[in-house]
Design a binder for this molecule. Sequence first.
Ligand SMILES: [Zn+2]
Length: 255
Amino acid sequence: MRDAPRPGVLEELAWPAVRSAPWPVALMPWGATEAHNTHLPYGTDTMLGREVAARVAAACAQRDVRVAALPAMPFGVNTTQLDLPMTLNVMPSTQLMLLRDMVRSLEPHGVRALVLLNAHGGNELRALVRELQPETTLLLVIVNWWQAGDHALFAEPGDHAGALETAAVLHVAPHLVADRATWGQGHARRSVLDGVRAGWAWIPRRWTQVTDDTGVGNPQEATAEQGAAFVAQAVSRISALCVELATLDPAAMYI
Ligand SMILES: [Zn+2]
């Protein structure tokens, strides 16, 4: 038996379902294609963003709010990982052009807010939004999905392929996680510069100098149950935001 299209997942919907009413909110997952320690797939960020977006659209549909989960962008900014094989980088300037085209596609059709559901730390979307917001009536919103759940679920959530992300993949796509015995430690070397260590100076990390296994954060504590709890929290919070955005008056956004 075929599964029915999931509510709001644009790739799965036919024209009659799409045109039957406006979509006040669109949700665009933005991932990456890059190494994730020795145990998670290259598509980790894209898969997690895509899945969270689909679940948010479903949760909003249950509240009779039409939220369109757009196809996930699989290419992120990975300019400092290009020495790792098959890393697929797009430049921030390319992201700006892609985002402008998405905004122009959505704006004439009644979409009020476009939520960029970011799933990759290298995607620094704020500068893009600062540039594009004056050009459009669409309200542009950024959500880093990994910040929407409760980090206290983890002793050490980690940064890249650490416990948080590993738990989420164990929940969403367990068949793609390698045997636990093979997981790298995700040890990250610290900068030799005081200002960078203290956080007030910043240099993009040279990935292959920082970590031997491409991970940043020890994944060993991760369980599928933690992943389920974290994803559920994130979905709940992001869907509540989308419901608010569906009726938000852009002229009355502050109290
Ligand atoms: Zn990731």
